[in-house]
Design a protein around this ligand. Structure first.
Ligand code: PEP
Length: 257
């Protein structure tokens, strides 16, 4: 079995202007000792307007914090007013792009076809998608959450070849847990994260599925991180609200202590 490096990724959502982003990233860097970087990968997923500030800081101070965007255009260039393309993000040395976050699906009508096109666009530009999938409350109540989430996975990976898919990060984010304070139990998270890995094995191979990191996201706090991370198929967290508090985010990164 491959040892998967846990990833703790902070999704700032639409918070922190480019000056606040510098302060916040500096606080994180100061609080994270070198030893943390060895056992956990740390990333911040920031508004487009913050990317250049974060890049300058990370490059200049040789910080090991990775960074990325919260969305990406499905097109590489052209008449798409308001969009930001993969080539633009890779020029800013983004490692990651969040794709298919439930807030994009809900407020911007992103469907499986668009999510699939964005996943392909990210790979074309050498950016790793953090693909968000997960069920809303009514689906959870109906007991079809695994099927729902796997259908989203299938749609997002349509015609994505194995040599690209093997670098993917998947985030299981039940919609009912996002920003609600209602975190999934470690058992609930494990059930779906394991099903995602099993589907990746079916779609590609067991070897590939073993390499892909599957994160859990939804109201993770320092008090719940260790329990979630103890599960064998949970390889890290996508952290929203709690990532805006540098001290709390660092505690989550140090979940082992
Ligand atoms: C998210 O935005 O992806 C998220 C998981 O948010 P929160 O941690 O605030 O629930």
């Amino acid at each position: 079995m491959t040892e998967r490096l846990p990833l703790m990724a902070g999704n700032w959502k639409m918070n922190l202007n480019h000056l606040e982003a510098i302060q916040h990233t500096q606080k994180l860097a100061f609080a994270l000792a070198d030893k943390d970087y060895e056992s956990v990968e740390v990333a911040v997923l920031v508004p487009f307007t913050d990317l250049r500030s974060v890049q300058t800081l990370v490059d200049g101070d040789k910080l090991k914090i990775k960074y990325g965007s919260q969305d990406i255009s499905q097109h590489d260039s052209g008449a798409y007013t308001g969009e930001v393309s993969g080539p633009m993000l890779s020029k800013l040395k983004c490692t990651y792009a969040v794709i298919g976050h439930s807030e994009r699906r809900q407020y911007h009508g992103e469907n499986e076809e668009i999510v699939n096109a964005k996943v392909k666009a990210a790979f074309r530009s050498g950016i790793v998608p953090i693909l968000c999938i997960g069920e809303p409350l009514d689906v959870r109540k109906a007991g079809t959450h695994v099927e729902h989430t796997l259908a989203q996975l299938d749609g997002a990976l349509q015609d994505v070849p194995a040599d690209r898919a093997e670098t993917l990060v998947v985030a299981y984010e039940p919609v009912w847990a996002i920003g609600t304070g209602e975190v999934a139990t470690p058992e609930d998270a494990q059930e779906v994260c394991a099903a995602i890995r099993a589907r990746l094995a079916e779609l590609y191979s067991a070897e590939l599925a073993d390499k892909v990191r599957v994160l859990y996201g939804g109201s993770v706090k320092s008090s719940s991180a260790a329990g979630l991370m103890a599960k064998p198929d949970v390889d890290g967290g996508l952290i929203g609200g709690a990532s805006l508090d540098a001290e709390e985010f660092v505690k989550i990164v140090r979940y082992r202590e």
